[in-house]
Design a protein around this ligand. Structure first.
Ligand code: AMP
Length: 121
């Protein structure tokens, strides 16, 4: 599924999905891919992305509600498998310019291994 989407994805994450550039992959299924962030902001920093191109969270359609839930579930599954579910972790989605989104392909940041302040910067 989603092969046409993957083929035409112009973002850096499209290159990762096509295997054109390397990534340290921690999870893959038919709907999503998770890999370690190249510029980690915490001892553990993993990105979870849908294989289907959704530029940002607010672009997701109603029919993609299940996919959005799946991405969150995978984030929690990774937290358990990587061993930081109990100590705590943060999931962040930057949506658009004011949030500092740089890559226009929806991604969940899963951050762990240190304490995080609130409110975020
Ligand atoms: P955002 O600012 O929310 O769009 O986050 C984009 C994230 O993608 C940043 O944390 C980058 O460090 C990360 N990133 C960019 N290029 C790569 C790459 N080739 N492999 C892994 N992570 C990347």
């Amino acid at each position: 599924m989603d092969q046409n989407d993957i083929a035409s994805n112009p973002t850096i994450f499209g290159k990762i999905l096509r295997g054109e550039i390397p990534a340290d992959i921690v999870h893959e299924d038919i709907h999503c891919l998770a890999f370690r962030d190249i510029n980690p902001q915490a001892p553990q920093h993993i990105l979870v992305i849908p294989k289907r191109l959704i530029p940002k969270l607010s672009d997701a359609s109603e029919e993609q509600r299940t996919l959005l839930g799946h991405l969150l579930y995978v984030a929690s599954e990774i937290a358990r498998k990587e061993g930081f579910a109990e100590e705590g972790f943060r999931v962040v989605i930057n949506n658009g310019e004011n949030a500092g989104q740089e890559v226009p392909h929806l991604h969940l940041h899963v951050l762990a291994g240190r304490a995080f302040s609130w409110p975020p910067g």
